[in-house]
Design a protein around this ligand. Structure first.
Ligand SMILES: Cc1cc2nc3c(=O)[nH]c(=O)nc-3n(C[C@H](O)[C@H](O)[C@H](O)COP(=O)(O)O)c2cc1C
Length: 304
């Protein structure tokens, strides 16, 4: 199993959101694996402190995977062997990020232009990983081509333990519908487990994704500000208070420096209060807060 508790639900890597607090909350609501946000292999290799901070794992995290991005097979292999990565039972290679800055460097979804490179990178990470599992996350294709088939097979050939497919091309970003047929096709050709990704926001869309035959289902936007989505997907009716969720989130990341907590929570609180009456005012106060104490004071405004 890729997940720890028999759950088929996975929290996606989410740059700017997938911090230890969000991951801990998602585990509490039933996610079986949560990924870190994408971490630059080069950043770790060259000792960037901000990059290293992304590797901090809280005590309530049950089974967290680290996602690396990069395109130099020697660097990703070396980094996968670092002591700091040994806390992670799963290492993912990002082959899906569409962001121009990442793409132009040949990283993220640019790797899909070169399935042989994907295979080589996975082989290297796998060598360094030892007992740990290696997964690969990709899109339907790049530059208008649907070449996820070649890329998924290359990942499998390299020794990957699971492939995740987001059923959209790089150029689509988030527009257009998810191509469930391509996900089903990839499932039918792979020997390793497949994780389906794209537009899962509730139980209904989860069930739609499961129709592809996907072994696991990944949730990204649906979990931002809504960690309880995992319980909803399981058919439960979770009770929560937004203010309590925010407080819990902060408690989970208390071990981080205050400036990191405040920076992280500004975005998170804005997501938590989405749809709540008076959200505009709350967000203004949240964004103006410079200390944890001031941030705490804004939570009182939420009132539920
Ligand atoms: C704010 C944000 C940050 C993301 N960061 C990452 C990332 O670090 N690594 C990655 O592979 N995908 C990243 N993604 C893509 C998601 O993991 C996922 O593939 C995509 O959002 C589709 O799933 P969804 O329809 O459930 O949102 C990000 C998406 C969003 C919205």
């Amino acid at each position: 199993m890729i997940t720890y508790n028999g759950s088929d639900l996975i929290l996606a890597p989410l740059a700017g959101f997938g911090d230890s607090g969000m991951r801990s909350l998602c585990f509490g609501y039933g996610a079986g694996l949560c990924y870190t946000e994408m971490v630059s292999a080069k950043g770790l290799y060259y000792g960037n402190e901000n990059t290293a901070e992304l590797l901090k794992v809280g005590k309530d995290e049950k089974h967290t995977g680290v996602q690396l991005f990069g395109s130099d097979p020697e660097i990703t292999e070396e980094v996968a062997g670092y002591e700091e990565l040994k806390n992670f039972p799963v290492i993912d290679l990002n082959c899906g990020c569409p962001v121009p800055k990442v793409y132009k460097n040949g990283d993220g979804s640019a790797l899909m232009k070169n399935p042989e490179l994907i295979e080589k990178m996975v082989k290297g990470i796998k060598r360094a990983a030892g007992e740990r599992l290696v997964t690969v996350k990709m899109r339907k294709g790049v530059e208008g081509k649907t070449n996820v088939k070649e890329c998924a097979l290359a990942a499998q050939e390299g020794g990957a333990d699971m492939v995740t497919v987001h059923g959209r091309t790089r150029e689509q970003m988030y527009s257009g519908g998810v191509d469930y047929d391509i996900i089903a096709e990839i499932k039918s050709i792979l020997k390793i487990p497949l994780c389906g990704n794209g537009d899962v926001f509730d139980r209904r869309s989860y069930l739609r994704m499961k129709e592809t035959g996907a072994d696991y289902v990944m949730v990204a936007r649906g979990a931002i500000g809504r960690p309880y989505v995992f319980a909803e997907i399981k058919g439960e009716n979770p009770e929560y208070s937004v203010a309590e969720l925010i407080k819990k989130h902060i408690e989970y990341i208390r071990f981080l420096p205050e400036r990191t907590i405040v920076g992280t929570m500004k975005k998170q609180i804005a997501a938590y209060v989405k749809g709540i009456p008076g959200q505009k005012k709350i967000k203004e106060k949240v964004f103006a807060a410079e200390t944890l104490e001031k941030l705490y004071a804004t939570i009182e405004l939420i009132g539920r």
